[in-house]
Design a protein around this ligand. Structure first.
Ligand SMILES: Cc1cc2nc3c(=O)[nH]c(=O)nc-3n(C[C@H](O)[C@H](O)[C@H](O)COP(=O)(O)OP(=O)(O)OC[C@H]3O[C@@H](n4cnc5c(N)ncnc54)[C@H](O)[C@@H]3O)c2cc1C
Length: 326
């Protein structure tokens, strides 16, 4: 089993602690790392970006689902958690990514590219906590590359600060689409929300949007064409062309399961039809010694509290399973 020597000064003991490689430092990964320390495991966290905290770092809305700090925005919450995480006695590699994984439960070898070069990490267990990214289409991605007025996914500073008294087209019919429509309506914008089929957003969002004169909700309304013209967006429905100042695409999220690309074939956990990692109530995947937590898994209600709890459970499972790996 991959271990390090740990001096448990308060107990005046020297003991061995299994290394747990945690991929991703959002709420799930941070919570898992924190819990690993409680369970006597040694977490090593590998985060691809420069900032610790996960997707909520961009959330300028208050977090409605985490008890304790009702006024705190998602970003403030993430910064608070990241501050706690930074004070923990653990190793965290930022701007880093795993390029290959081999071995078996109790004895995995991960090759990691870091800003200072390649490193090998020997770990007894692996926890996947890489979350999700906003869904797009190739056409929309190309438009977004050409114009800062085309934005894929929610939670950007541009949406918060720059969209004022403008015509906005939002594509999508879920909570994010309607939540942003309401936010932008308060900033004197005129918004059309178009969804390909029916709206799936929570009923309170739908009814509030329907009574807001600045918001027009349209179902079965996918544009036939979207073009950039003089830095504006022209949407076409049949014979009708409408010019918008901003286009926001809010189609939901896809799991960051590409983290598994470098894993040996026998170490790739089973995925659901939507590409999420399948995990049981202990956050065990279909591969022994590999666990998954947070939005990367198929979770009935993805949220920060859910991710925190799943990270904790994954650490507990790794600790428990370590006893049987010999
Ligand atoms: C618009 C929006 C609003 C939301 N509002 C709320 C809310 O009000 N309250 C609430 O509780 N929840 C909310 N959520 C949900 C919440 O943000 C997620 O459930 C939570 O962040 C999931 O945590 P996570 O750690 O699984 O993933 P993430 O927060 O996505 O973190 C994943 C981390 O993994 C890193 N990563 C990705 N790929 C790799 C890789 N290959 N290698 C290494 N690292 C990688 C990422 O950089 C990131 O740091 C909202 C989500 C969205 C999108």
């Amino acid at each position: 089993m991959a271990t390090v020597l740990v001096l448990a000064t308060n107990l005046n003991l020297v003991c061995t602690a299994m290394i747990v490689a945690i991929l991703g430092a959002g709420p799930a990964g941070m919570s898992c790392a924190n819990a690993c320390l409680s369970f006597g495991l040694t977490p090593v966290v590998i985060e691809q970006s420069s900032e610790i905290g996960g997707i909520q770092l961009g959330n300028f809305h208050p977090n409605l689902w985490l008890l304790g700090e009702p006024e705190e925005t998602g970003r403030e919450m993430s910064v608070r958690m990241a501050r706690h995480f930074a004070a923990l006695p653990l190793s965290c590699l930022r701007n880093s990514r795993v390029t290959s994984v081999h071995g078996k439960a109790g004895n995995f070898t991960l090759q990691v590219e870091t800003p200072t070069g390649k490193q090998s990490i020997h770990a007894g267990a692996i926890v996947l906590a890489t979350g999700t990214y906003p869904r797009s289409t190739p056409g929309l991605t190309a438009l977004a590359e050409q114009s800062p007025r085309v934005i894929i996914g929610p939670l950007s500073e541009t949406i918060r600060d720059d969209i004022l008294a403008a015509r906005v087209l939002i594509l999508g019919g879920g909570d994010n689409a309607l939540d942003h429509a309401l936010f932008l309506a308060e900033r004197d914008n005129q918004i059309r929300v178009c969804t390909r089929r029916a709206f799936s957003a929570r009923q309170p969002f739908q009814s509030t949007c329907r009574t807001n004169p600045k918001i027009e909700l349209r179902h079965d309304c996918e544009p036939d064409d979207l073009q950039l013209e003089d830095a504006r967006i022209v949407a076409t429905w049949g014979q009708i062309k409408v010019r918008y100042d901003w286009l926001l695409a809010m189609f939901g999220y896809l799991p960051n399961s590409n983290v598994l690309n470098g894993f040996a074939p026998e170490l790739k956990p089973a995925l659901s039809a939507s590409g999420h990692v399948i995990a049981d109530a202990w956050q065990r995947t279909t591969v022994a010694g590999i666990y998954a937590a947070g939005d990367l898994t198929e979770t009935p209600q993805p949220s920060v509290p859910t991710a925190l709890a799943q990270g904790l459970v994954a650490a507990r499972a790794a600790e428990r399973d370590a006893e049987s790996i010999h």
